[in-house]
Design a binder for this molecule. Structure first.
Ligand SMILES: Nc1ncnc2c1ncn2[C@@H]1O[C@H](COP(=O)(O)OP(=O)(O)OP(=O)(O)O)[C@@H](O)[C@H]1O
Ligand SMILES: [Mg+2]
Length: 249
């Protein structure tokens, strides 16, 4: 059985169709990278899959107990410490104080947040630390599925790589499945088991490609060569950089 199954998903904003006939299945423990040009509907699809937005057409089947979400911006509560931000989902689910503390520390350890930093407020943390806290908040519920919507786009290269490794290690340790949205093919090839490409206009899935080996065990050279092959020889990736607003800006 799939962890997540989207069937015939269609959606429109103000009468303008942004997604149509999307079918996507993700197996338990499988990390799927979703790529596609800016504005093609990736975030909308993630919001529909996570139940934040109701699709106008189609069905979503979620066959997991708990999910977490990580967005491009950390979205931490500014008035709460890193520790309280991380533990927040546990508070919502009514966990007791001692259990909240223990699980918060376990989640913080997974993203290598130091004890000192847990008492700080978001404004006192660096960008990378804030994004770590956001990942810890997603992991604290011990999710079976995690939605990542371009979580590392705003970070510099070296930090990005460290954060990708944290996700790869956490996924291996907790064996969660994930939908990982990114613009960055290197990131997709490092993190995922499979890449799926959304059509330029959100009209269906253009195609998908299984990735060689397993995340975390791929050499840099393999990652580089796979990306070069996709960009130069594989028509599926021909439009991937077409409408990237951030590159135009
Ligand atoms: N709440 C909304 N109301 C109206 N239009 C929206 C809304 N959210 C998104 N859109 C439009 O729907 C389309 C798809 O947006 P979406 O954010 O899903 O794209 P995306 O692939 O995630 O883009 P990016 O890579 O830039 O994050 C865009 O044209 C966007 O302008
Ligand atoms: Mg988006």
């Amino acid at each position: 059985m799939s962890a997540l199954k989207l069937s015939g998903i269609g959606h429109a904003y103000l009468g303008r169709t942004v997604l149509d006939a999307i079918d996507l299945e993700i197996a338990p423990g499988e990390i799927v990278a979703l790529v596609g040009p800016s504005g093609c509907g990736k975030s909308t699809l993630a919001h529909i899959a996570a139940g934040i937005v109701d699709p106008q057409r189609g069905q979503v089947a979620r066959c997991y107990a708990r999910h977490g979400m990580v967005f491009q911006e950390p979205r931490l509560m500014p008035w709460a410490t890193a520790a309280d931000n991380i533990a927040y989902p546990l508070r919502l689910s009514g966990a007791r104080r001692a259990e909240r503390r223990e699980r918060m520390h376990a989640a913080a350890a997974k993203v290598a947040l130091a004890r000192d930093d847990l008492g700080k407020f978001p404004v006192e943390l660096s960008g990378g630390m804030r994004q770590r806290a956001a990942i810890a908040r997603a992991l604290v519920v011990e999710p079976e599925f995690v939605f990542f919507d371009e979580p590392f786009t705003a970070l510099d290269q070296a930090l990005k790589r460290r954060m990708q490794d944290l996700v790869i290690d956490a996924a291996a340790a907790q064996s969660f499945a994930a939908l990982f949205i990114t613009h960055d093919l290197i990131e997709a090839v490092r993190i995922a088991h499979r890449i799926t490409v959304l059509d330029l206009n959100g009209r269906g899935i253009a195609g998908d490609r299984a990735l060689p080996g397993i995340p975390g065990a791929r050499e840099d050279r393999t990652v580089f060569e796979t990306v070069q092959h996709f960009l130069h020889d594989d028509p599926l990736f021909g439009h991937i950089n077409d409408v990237d607003e951030r590159k135009v800006a």
